[in-house]
Each structure stands twice: as structure tokens, then as C-alpha cells.
Design a protein around this ligand. Sequence first.
Ligand code: KIV
Length: 278
Amino acid sequence: MRSNHHPMSTHKEVKRITTHILQEMKNRGEKIAMLTAYDYSMAAIVDEAGMDIILVGDSASNVMAGHETTLPITLEQMIYHASSVVRAAKRALVVVDLPFGSYQGNSKEALNSAIRIMKEAGAHCVKMEGGVEIAESVSRILTAGIPVMGHLGLTPQSIYKFGTYTVRAKQEAEAQKLREDALKLQELGCFGIVLEKIPAALAKEVSESLSIPTIGIGAGRHCDGQVLVIHDMLGINKEFKPRFLRQYANLNEVMNGAIKNYVSDVKSKSFPNEKEQY
Ligand code: KIV
């Protein structure tokens, strides 16, 4: 058989993570790692580090654009972020949030939005917030062959309905609705569900009752995977320190120190020196 690879080549073939691989990971009890990214350079670092899923989250509205909520970000802006991430991701599955207003209440518009994300950004899947209320839109997108990830619990696009970003589904009625929504999303054919900021015991129960993977954020250790916002876990945001967040670096301090040194070197005329010129 003819091989396309040079025998001395050090180039390793990268196997793309698929929704099927994620399902196999759940089946064998291997946890799934997911992290957000919104641009090419960050996504390249995230992908290289071995991330399973890169989420182009609508949290870009907060951390990239400085908005207070995720509501203002547009479909065009999500496509711009997503296309940059897709160009960098060699191994990770790229999931892209459908932004607020691009899918609620109109399944035809939802399908058009999802198609634009797949076609114009080259994304692999979309994510949508909500349960039974968006069933028709989820269904229509799935029918077009586009994999959908659900998102239940704290759904930031509904912040003005909730009023706060506190833990959801602590009361039995809301917990029961979440159980039903999760089952519905699974029945419709979603390949996974993000569970955001709900009690760990409820997340455990839902994760065990579903055959598809759950990915938690502030939902405890029994979800099938975990997701964080990259700016939060790298410590780029100084103020955001919720209990669920583990901060793996303090890049705010590192970057601030480096930038201050640069300013000082320019002012003192020590940069550039003779070796740093032509
Ligand atoms: O937009 C986002 O970053 C998200 C995660 C918090 C799950 O939806």
C-alpha cells in the first residue's frame, strides 16, 4: 500500500475530535475538556494544548467587546470570531454560540443563522440556550445535518428574565424543568449539553440519567466535562472571581508588568538598543 507520509517525517497526523468521539469519551468515563477562544492566536494555543472542544462563546460580548451582557453581540460578529478560531483549530471540535435574537421564536431564522455559522465561519457545531421553548429551532437545525449542543441552567441570554447571575434550579420546580429540558434536548438529537451554575447534586443526577455528555461550568465534578471562559481561567479579568472558577494563571499581572517595562524602556530610551535596529 502506498503511504503518503515521508518515512522520516516528524509531522504527526492530527485526528479531529468529533461529536462521536465525545460520545465515546462519555461511554468510557473519560472527561471532556472545553475552553472558550475568540481569536486565531489564542485558539492556536488552546488547540495545541490538547483541548477537546473550543467554544466560540457569546461571552465574547463581555470579554472581547466589553459589554455588560451577552445580548448585544451580533451574528456577523460571532461569524468573525468563529472564522478566526476555525483557522487555528487543527484538532479541537469548534462549537459556536448562536447569539441572542438569531434563533429564538423563529425556526426558519434559526436554521439560516446556523447555516451562516457553518458556511461562513467553517464551524463544526452550534450551541443554543434553552429547553422545550426552542425545540422547534433545535429540531430544524438538526434536520439540516448541523450538530447542536444545548445549554441549560444559567442561560446568560435570559439575564433580564432571571435578574441575577446566581445559581439556578435550587428550587424543585426549576430543577424538574431542567431535567425535562435535558431529556427533550437529548431526544431531539443534541450531542451534548452545557449545564451552567446549578447545584452539583442536580448536575450529577442529570449527567447520569442522560446518555449524551454534559459539560459543566459551576455545576460540580460529576459532569462529563468542564468548560471555562479563557479570560477568567488565565486571570486576565481582575474582578471576576466566582467560587466555581479555578484561576490557572495571573496573566493580568504578567501582562501589566511587561507593558509597564516596555513603557519605561521607551521613555528611558533603553528600547530599542543597538542590536534591536537595522
Ligand atoms: O458564552 C460562553 O462562554 C458560554 C460558556 C460560559 C459555557 O456559553
